[in-house]
Design a protein around this ligand. Structure first.
Ligand code: NAD
Length: 495
């Protein structure tokens, strides 16, 4: 892949003027009350765009458009093969607009352009294409009845889906939801984060160009307490699929109970454990993976390996390797293709991470301090060792490049430490011992367990959490379960 150079991306950025309006019923439009909000380019420390501030009236319009087209059947009743063709076209268009979408994502979030180009945008297009390819290969069932009856079990689209997504992988996570939701025949209202709305808004026009009927995909930008809450309380939204914080996830469950008992699918926070045993097959590889597992995307990854558990006998050697690896993750200008660590999403979040680090200093040893950077939104690799298990840095999701290292002396202790968390998104085990790998994999309370890697995988496997990391699963055919209703049709045959 040609990543170009800093001048190339600076020039492109200075000539680009993003679309900033809502997209409802196939048209871009201002918010009903004409209000806007300003998004920031965290790396450039400048206002980036004035974006339409959707509220209840706009959500109402979007839900009406989504419901109308759903009941009319333009998309919901189209054959899977027809939906497949449109979604393939959308994936093609995303690939054709790869650079533009990557630039928008980097400007909006501060993530390195090399990662937007290599991971976010291709991953988003892949998600749409994967469900396009899958949807005409998913069959219903025929139950085991007597010969006098016939019972069919069929899947139908749920109806109107609200997709509410965060800012850490804006387009990628939106497409993890849009792929299965649209392939299954639903209408969607996508609510991007107020901190990173631009790729979602741009995607809407590509979807229209691909042939998606008006009203099937609507994008309502705005704040969580306005546009987001209007969706979660809406009586005509059938399901809400969410990625974001555990706190907001809990609120969505309440809102569903207070409104129409819509289905609520949550992908929430994490505090994942990465466990390295002394018989790890390749310590340098494990150290490189552990560093990427926490420093990639500035640590703003739900499944980041934030808790590193090291067997006592290799701990010192591993920490030294890790510090070496951390040198590959030094903050730089996100528009420079050489940069591997960009800025955090905004100055306020950088302050929050800074507060965690200051708090942690009182309860453990700071082995590597990433705070010496002059940029107000940048924090470099930070490593704590031997921190009290009850300290905030040990238990809470920091969502920054901050790693907490703990030593253990037995398998049982490693397992107990790993499972001692409110979260259960991911876990990893590094060992040569096949039996131990299996034992640990089955006992770790996490939606994904990685053995001798950290966070490998692709669209074929489900992604989601145990405990307060959420419910339901994104990716794989299992994600279709969230976006379809099961219907039984029992037919009595005349004899
Ligand atoms: P957030 O919960 O603040 O916001 C997520 C989305 O919810 C945004 O679009 C926001 O506007 C909206 N929202 C906020 N309040 C709302 C309300 N009352 N009603 C409806 N919508 C509301 O999360 P964030 O700060 O944007 O993202 C970071 C969090 O996302 C972290 O906790 C991270 O772990 C989590 N995350 C989880 C996964 C996963 O797959 N499990 C993936 C990525 C990020």
């Amino acid at each position: 892949m040609n990543f170009q150079n800093l001048k190339y991306w600076r020039d492109k950025a200075s000539h680009y003027s993003p679309e900033t309006r809502l997209f409802i019923n196939g048209e871009y439009c201002a918010a009903a009350d004409n209000e806007t909000f300003i998004t920031q380019d965290p790396a450039g420390q400048r206002p980036l765009a004035k974006v339409a501030r959707g509220k209840k009236a706009d959500v109402d319009r979007a839900v009406t458009a989504a419901r109308t087209v759903f009941e009319r059947g333009d998309w919901s009743q189209a054959s899977p093969a027809e939906r497949k063709a449109v979604l393939h076209k959308l994936a093609d268009l995303m690939e054709q607009h790869h650079e533009e979408l990557a630039l928008l994502e980097t400007l909006d979030t501060g993530k390195p352009i090399r990662h937007s180009l290599r991971d976010d945008i291709p991953g988003a297009a892949r998600a749409i294409r994967w469900y396009a390819e899958a949807i005409d290969k998913v069959y219903g069932e025929v139950a085991t009845t007597s010969v006098n009856d016939l019972a069919l079990i069929v899947r139908e689209p749920v109806g109107v889906i609200a997709a509410v997504v965060p800012w850490n992988f804006p387009l990628l996570l939106a497409c993890w939801k849009l792929g299965p939701a649209l392939a299954a025949g639903n209408s969607v209202i996508l609510k991007p984060s107020e901190k990173s709305p631009l790729t979602a808004i741009r995607l809407a026009a590509l979807a229209k160009k691909a042939g998606l009927p008006d009203g099937v995909l609507n994008v309502v930008s705005g704040y969580g307490h306005e546009a987001g809450q209007a969706l979660s309380l809406h009586p005509d939204v059938d399901a809400i699929t969410f990625t974001g914080s555990t706190r907001t996830g809990k609120q969505l469950l309440k809102d569903a109970g207070d409104s129409n008992m819509k289905r609520v699918w949550l992908e929430a926070g994490g505090k994942s454990a990465n466990i390295v045993f002394a018989d790890c097959p390749d310590l340098p590889k494990a150290a490189a993976n552990a560093a990427a597992g926490i420093f990639y995307n500035q640590g703003q990854v739900c499944i980041a390996g934030t808790r590193l558990l090291l067997e006592e006998s290799i701990a010192d050697e591993f920490i030294a390797l890790l510090k070496e690896q951390a040198k590959n993750w030094q903050p730089g200008n996100p528009l420079d293709p050489e940069t591997t660590l960009g800025t955090l999403i905004d100055n306020a979040h950088a302050d929050t991470v800074d507060t965690f680090i200051r708090d942690g200093e009182a309860q453990g040893t700071l082995a590597l301090d990433g705070r010496s950077h002059v940029h107000p939104a940048a924090i470099g690799p930070t490593i704590f060792v031997d921190t009290a298990p009850q300290a905030h840095v040990s238990r809470d999701e920091i969502f920054g490049p901050v790693l907490v290292v703990t030593r253990f002396s037995s398998e049982a202790e490693a397992l107990a430490l790993a499972n001692d968390s409110d979260y259960g998104l991911g876990a990893a085990v590094w060992t040569r011992d096949l039996s131990r790998a299996h034992r640990m994999s089955r006992r770790l309370k996490a939606g994904s367990v990685f053995v001798n890697n950290y966070n490998d995988g692709d669209m074929t496997v489900p992604f989601g959490g145990y405990k307060q990391s959420g419910n339901g699963r994104d990716k794989s055919l299992h994600a279709l379960e969230k976006f379809s209703e099961l219907k039984t049709i029992w037919i009595s045959l005349e004899s």
